[in-house]
Design a protein around this ligand. Sequence first.
Ligand code: ADP
Ligand code: MG
Length: 709
Amino acid sequence: MSINLQTPIDYLKGVGSSRADLLRKELGIHTYQDLINLFPNRYIDRTRYYKINELQPNNADVQIIGKITGFKEVAQKRGKRLVATFQDDTGTMELVWFRGQKWIRERLKGNTPYVVFGKASSFGGKFNIAHPDVELLEDHEKNLRSALQAIYPSTEKLANRGISNRVLSKIMQQLFIDSGGNFAETLPESLRSELKLISKSSALFNVHFPKSPELLSRAQFRLKFEELFYIQLQLIIKNLVHKSKIKGLPFNKVGNYFNTFFKEQLPFNLTGAQKRVLKEIRADLGSNAQMNRLLQGDVGSGKTIVGFMSMLMALDNGFQACLMAPTEILSVQHYNGLLDMCNKLSISISILTGSSKTSERRKIHEALENGELQILIGTHAILEDKVKFKNLGLAIIDEQHRFGVAQRSKLWKKGPPQSSNGGASIPPHILVMTATPIPRTLAMSVYGDLDISIIDELPPGRKSIKTVHRYDKNRLNVFRFIRDEISKDRQVYIVYPLIQESEKMDYKDLMDGYESISRDFPMPEYQISIVHGQMKPADKEFEMQRFIKGETQIMVATTVIEVGVNVPNASVMIIESAERFGLSQLHQLRGRVGRGAEQSYCILMTSHKLSTDSKTRLETMTKTNDGFEIAEVDLRLRGPGDIMGTQQSGVLNLKIADIIKDNDILQHARYHAKNILKIDPKLVQADHQVVLNTYKQLTKFKNIWNYIS
Ligand code: ADP
Ligand code: MG
């Protein structure tokens, strides 16, 4: 018997409309298909029964046979709780309900054998289970128990409304009864036999109702493989379609601008990594397809010059280029940094930000449209519809984690029209530069539509930054150290956290900090800059410039300083309340120093109270300067969901696989997906029909991540 898996969940026996509503809202289960894909979080042994005197404070879930010998109501702060005394031949314990008490009292009988199940905790020497699953022993014995019973994800609401794990399990059982346990195969026979994968039906059965630990693990493997396989297949297909369909602007030659710059003006020798990446970019730009490349490189690895030289390639082929940065400070810095080089090459360059004056804007708009302006630097002001290019050939996005996918696609539309009568535009080549290292495997899944280049080498002569952790009580020593460094003509950053939720408090911390620093470093001997998000852009810029020019020795700032700011003479980075920062942020901040030839330092200041995670973060920072290593730890601590840029990715919505733990399976899945597409790109072979059909089905019902438009 086969059933239609797209049937709404309401139709399943035992569900009904109110439960269906809950399942939809709480677990996103709309159809039979969704239910079958509700995979257990874990498994517990339901063949084992505990005696009350065997309970331990650290027991997870236990089941106990006994009788209720009495009820009492206990008043508490809000409302009351219902407590039942539960007894077996070894002792007594308590069952506790905070809700649904009336119902419980009416239903549960005294002196009748029950099986209770739940998490036992101990309180005042007595064990209790809050909101246990309670079943008549008589009923319990009729059901088959397994040593591996599935525990499904749940929510408080589901539990409150009576959809316990037992109910979920029953509903699941019903689905297997209705379907006869037959589910269409979704992987090709050849692949299954090669990898010794069990059938889909067997895998689904055993993941929900494992017959043995061995079958459970084979079931999990098969389902994880399948999930990752289809995600990879989709990414690879998108990438192939992209390359064959999305026409790129032809950059046929390397011309005068590039050559002159390379031969006469390059201020240093490029590192090997920079050269390699430039070659990769060059190859993309010279092909007929649109470039979509992610350039990863640790802070200070020299991405800007690579970006600039790519722009020169665009200009050499008669196109315009733009560079977009997430903050005004950064845009200005890029502009100032490139201005000199552009002047020497007689290239026209302008900057457009939120604070550009109307008259300036008008000039820029005009010069862009008539093609006089060759390079535009700016913030997301560049994305406004009013900003039209004559022939934008290359768009570079710096520090992309600040920009979303939507913004990227806006840039796409700024390309030159296909024909003079205004046909569809050809998207410019896109280069995304980021200093937030994403572990390669994750990047593969998150940015599957982007090709990836990595600068994994720092310019020569960089001394690695010395990082230490100091407690607040060491502040005097830290200040002494700052004085020493300033006396050697170095400059110092002191950064305070600014977390949205506690913004007011944070500004107070910042201002208090600023005052105390002003006292310890008095004028006129010391000059201090302060920069934070509540200042007007012009004031921020003014203070930044004072620091860049070396007029001030200390820069007190919030994290606005985080991204990309380049002051090579600054050699000390003090991070206040460092325990409140995430790893990638700490790493970014640290990257503000160590940009010159001098030894640089990063001092992480914290209070004494530190969580385990904070400790791990601080230890990681003091141990390594390697952005990729730090990213791996970050990934472990936070999971992929919180890593910058992955939020909108859907990697999070994996149903059974875990992008980190199942990395080996991911590699396999990717390899096989690639391989199948290589031998049979259109999936026409008989054995691959199942792949084609499953793929279509998945995209149709959006069961896999619907990637970037
Ligand atoms: P990031 O990758 O963080 O954007 P930048 O492009 O700002 O790094 O470069 C950091 C500093 O290193 C700049 O001062 C830049 O001029 C310098 N730099 C870049 N490449 C080299 C190189 N090959 N040799 C020496 N210095 C370099
Ligand atoms: Mg940069």
